[in-house]
Write a protein that binds this ligand. Structure first.
Ligand code: ATP
Length: 272
């Protein structure tokens, strides 16, 4: 039986066009991951070496997971997602087995991406045996590093990790050949907020009095996830008013804006 019941192979359907903004991140991932896979002859002829591991960091709700999924879809890779804390809180030895099992599955499904969300949980307080992270993080981390270093065995498995707390990631994870390509996935600026709202608005029924530019201006400091929440709150507000209503109106957004507060603080924005 599998050590982690919830390791599931996903076939994500997220496309690059489902992500508003993040132009730079998308372009860098296309180059670093898609190009070598799509044009292996050229890549090898020119002496390129494929990236094994990548770290996405940035505030919550700003499309790290979405990006990982889009990369899998667009590059034609199978996708296996696991959260750092899920690997902890197991009996002694069990977590390590879970890591090996995870990579066995990823190799069987290659070319594939293993997505480690909340990877910082694995690096927390290695000295005290991962006491504060509530589990055996040393063992898990060692097992993970072993798997990542087994380059030949890794085959066509790429590791993508994500965190909101890059400062607590164990430095061993960031050494060359491991998660050595680091990308910042930041909060959306005005133009990106407009793009995100455009993607969402395309699926909504809106009154003419809803002005996307006004909404984009009023949502400085909000994450993509916050913007989606505001739109969905506006839909519920319209329904609450009248189940026969034809469209969502500006007043519903006005009300939703009061209810959804931005969660991104100055400390979460890029520090390095
Ligand atoms: P966390 O750190 O909390 O895991 P995350 O950075 O991984 O957050 P996602 O899970 O990718 O964030 O985003 C959450 C949701 O917010 C997405 O499913 C999507 O609905 C919306 N969202 C966030 N950013 C964008 C974006 N740039 N374009 C479109 N939708 C977005």
């Amino acid at each position: 039986p599998s050590a982690i019941k919830d390791i599931v192979l996903e076939l994500p359907e997220t496309r690059w066009t489902d992500i508003g903004g993040q132009k730079d991140v998308k372009q860098k991932l296309k180059e670093a991951v898609e190009w070598p896979l799509r044009h292996p002859e050229v890549f090898h002829r020119l002496g390129g070496q494929p990236r094994k591991g990548l770290l996405l960091y940035g505030p919550p709700g700003c499309s790290k997971t979405l990006t990982a999924k889009a990369l899998a879809t667009e590059a034609g890779l199978n996708f296996i997602a696991v959260k750092g804390p899920e690997l902890l809180n197991k009996y002694v030895g069990e977590s390590e087995r879970a890591v090996r099992e995870l990579f066995r599955k990823a190799r069987a499904a290659s070319p594939s991406i293993v997505f480690f969300d909340e990877v910082d949980a694995l690096g927390l307080n290695r000295e005290d045996g991962g006491h504060n992270s509530g589990g055996n993080s040393t063992g898990v981390l060692t097992a993970l590093l072993n798997e990542m270093d087994g380059i030949e065995e890794l085959g066509n498995v790429m590791i993508l990790a994500a965190t909101n707390k890059p400062e607590v990631i164990d430095p061993a994870l960031l050494r060359p050949g491991r998660l050595d390509y680091i990308l910042y996935v930041g909060p959306p600026d005005h133009e990106s907020r407009t793009e995100i709202l455009n993607i969402k608005f395309a699926k909504m029924k809106l009154d003419e009095d809803v002005d996307i530019q006004v909404l984009a201006s009023r949502t400085e400091g909000y994450s993509g996830a916050d913007l989606i929440k505001i739109c969905d709150e506006a839909v519920l507000g319209a329904m609450r008013e009248d189940l026969e209503i034809e469209s969502v109106k500006w007043r519903h957004f006005e009300k939703a804006l009061k209810g959804v507060k931005s969660v991104i603080t100055a400390e979460m924005v890029r520090r390095y």
